[in-house]
Design a protein around this ligand. Structure first.
Ligand code: ZN
Ligand code: ZN
Length: 364
């Protein structure tokens, strides 16, 4: 089967034949139908977040189960599935208290392996490492618990986005921030995740939803998906302009969906008395943004991280599907299809800010 392999940081992915071993206990083999192309994949290409190489990236997939390993009961061959990139142990104190996105047992993942510490991908004798889902491949083996079954009548290209951008963005609003009806919201960065923060804020019944980005076409799309206002950051004075819209205090919730120190600082500046900044974007490891500590104390402002929308995939993935089916969550508008062979072009377009979400659609 064909896959896009990263051999060295800052080099193009190589599309080539990779061998895939059958699923072991608790694993399933999925034929990918679609995979979103996420900024996190590209950060790994750039070596910003280190990863064992060679590896097959891609962590926003959906597909059809072809084979299941021993002991698998939640899915069967032929099932259509959305794929989470974050399995959890089910035993640690975070898992048993419903905060499985914070599972402590994740060392195997950083090693680029399956949960048993070995890889299913190889080229000859050389192991090829996993990147969670490894959805930049025609087929992949994943932990069975990360395959969430879905009605086969729904389009898998749109549902692939539930695997990362949608769950992260909507989950940040509903699970992490717990936005209440009428709350004011600002969203810094309107890419795949930020646009889903906008949708989540609309679903939560937020009052003003202010989208902030440098790309006019992303601001237009944000308005289409529920933003009440758009502020072009390229024109400067963002903090003042947001306060002109929501009032002098600032917003109740400022979401940062980029991961740069300057945009993190901006999001914190937008937060009003009693409000919170939710940091979703993955900052580089050396980032040290600065902020006014005194007002955090005096005005009970908070800064809070958000990992994978604080999601519980068995609950949240089906919820996203219900919202999609009910017309409350627009996924189709976000999908810009491409092929596996166009993966390097998709990264270039994403970096140029030209696209919202490239989605690799695999042929049968
Ligand atoms: Zn992602
Ligand atoms: Zn755990």
């Amino acid at each position: 089967m064909r896959a896009a392999v990263l051999y060295e940081y800052n080099t193009p992915l190589v599309i080539e034949e990779v061998e895939l071993d059958p699923p072991r206990e608790g694993e399933v083999l999925v034929r990918m139908a679609a995979s979103g192309v996420c900024h996190s994949d590209y950060h790994t290409v750039q070596g910003i977040h280190g990863w064992p190489l060679p590896s097959i990236l891609g962590h926003e997939g959906a597909g059809i189960v072809e084979e299941v390993g021993p002991g698998v009961r939640n899915v069967a061959p032929g099932d259509h599935v959305m794929i989470s990139w974050l399995p959890s142990c089910g035993r640690c104190r975070f898992c048993v208290t419903g905060r499985q996105s914070l599972c402590e047992d994740v060392g195997w993942s950083d090693a680029g392996t399956m949960m048993d510490g070995t890889t299913r991908f190889h080229i000859g004798d050389r192991p090829v490492y996993h990147y969670e889902t490894s959805s930049f491949a025609e087929r992949s083996v994943i932990p069975a618990q990360t395959a969430i079954p879905v009605d086969s009548s729904l389009p898998l290209a749109a549902l692939a986005l539930v695997g990362c951008a949608v769950t992260t963005g909507v989950g940040a609003v509903l699970n992490t921030a717990r936005v209440r009806p009428g709350d004011t919201v600002a969203v810094v960065g309107c890419g795949g995740v930020g646009l889903n923060v906008v949708q989540g804020a609309r679903i939560a019944g937020a009052g003003a939803i202010v989208a902030v980005d440098r790309e006019p076409h992303k601001l237009d799309l944000a308005r289409e998906l529920g933003a009440t206002h758009g502020v072009n950051a390229a024109e400067g004075g963002v903090a003042e302009r947001v306060r002109e819209i929501v009032g002098r205090n600032g917003v109740d919730h400022a979401f940062e969906a980029i991961g740069r120190p300057t945009t993190i600082e901006l999001a914190i500046q937008l937060v009003g008395r009693g409000g919170q900044a939710i940091l979703i974007g993955m900052a580089p490891p050396e980032a040290r943004p600065t902020f006014d500590a005194l007002t955090l104390t005096l005005e009970e402002r908070a800064i809070r991280g958000c990992w994978y929308g604080s999601c519980r995939q068995q609950v949240d993935f089906p919820l996203m599907v219900d919202l999609y089916r009910d017309g409350k969550l627009n996924l189709d508008r976000l999908v810009e299809p491409c092929t596996l062979d166009e993966i390097n072009d998709a990264f270039a377009a994403m970096e140029a800010g030209a696209v919202v979400r490239k989605v690799i659609v695999y042929s049968d």
